[in-house]
Design a binder for this molecule. Structure first.
Ligand code: ACK
Length: 220
């Protein structure tokens, strides 16, 4: 009946607990502040914003609300495979449980700012088999390992939709898979910063951030 039809959420995902949200917001803002001051970043500014003028990265990216890692975007049941996902045994069994997510890298593009999430085998049980394939603008992403798209959106440029963050991550990982080494520009306190061209920056964290998160859903 109609009640069942509206029972599917906007999306399923892991929602970071509030204590770690604050820590990540601090760490990520510090990173943006530092990136902004690097000569290497200034050198590639034109690739980043299309302008040679300086940008204030902390202003450039709009905050995104509650930090989470989307597993399945359901759009209240309108998205392909939403019902099947909601009915998966693993999803039902894990609903409401706390997981430990590993944030392994931060990335910045002219569109988005995000954290890469490296999923464990157990966490991959909750990952949709077609998540990477569904990014149609990055066809090569279909051959990336399952879970490659997993991320936490930390900010989006004005007018950019949140879905873009995962797409940007897939673009960077595709370049890596194609053998592009990128340009290692800086050893930062947090880790190694690499430039992949066209405004794409990736900071591999020396020590991944461990983030407790509740597997649940968002209705909005
Ligand atoms: O930052 P995100 O992962 O990107 O979290 C939000 C969340 O769902 C609510 O908008 C993500 N999202 C939106 N549309 C899609 C889509 N078509 N495929 C995958 N994730 C999506 C968005």
């Amino acid at each position: 009946g109609s009640l069942e039809e509206v029972a599917l959420p906007f999306y399923f995902g892991w929602f970071l607990l509030s204590s770690i949200q604050d820590k990540i917001k601090c760490t990520s803002m510090d990173f943006l502040k530092t990136l902004d001051t690097l000569e290497a970043f200034k050198k590639h500014l034109i690739d980043f914003s299309g302008k040679a003028e300086e940008v204030d990265l902390e202003q450039y990216f709009q905050p995104t609300g509650i930090l989470h890692c989307t597993t399945k975007f359901c759009n209240y049941g309108k998205a392909e495979g939403a019902k099947d996902y909601a009915e998966k045994q693993a999803v039902k069994d894990s609903y409401g449980s706390i997981f430990d997510l590993s944030l392994s890298a931060l990335f910045v593009t002219p569109r988005t700012f995000g954290a890469r999430v490296s999923l464990t085998e157990e966490q991959l049980q909750l990952w949709p088999a077609d998540a990477e394939k569904q990014a149609e603008s990055v066809p090569a992403a279909a051959s990336l390992p399952l879970g490659s798209r997993a991320h936490v959106t930390l900010g989006c440029a004005e007018g950019v939709e949140h879905v873009q963050t995962g797409v940007d991550l897939l673009e960077i990982l595709t370049l890596q898979q194609e053998g592009q080494q990128g340009e290692q520009v800086e050893e930062m306190e947090l880790g190694t910063l690499t430039y992949y061209g066209t405004g794409k920056w990736l900071l591999n964290l020396r020590e991944p951030i461990s983030a407790p998160a509740c597997f649940s859903s968002f209705y909005g």
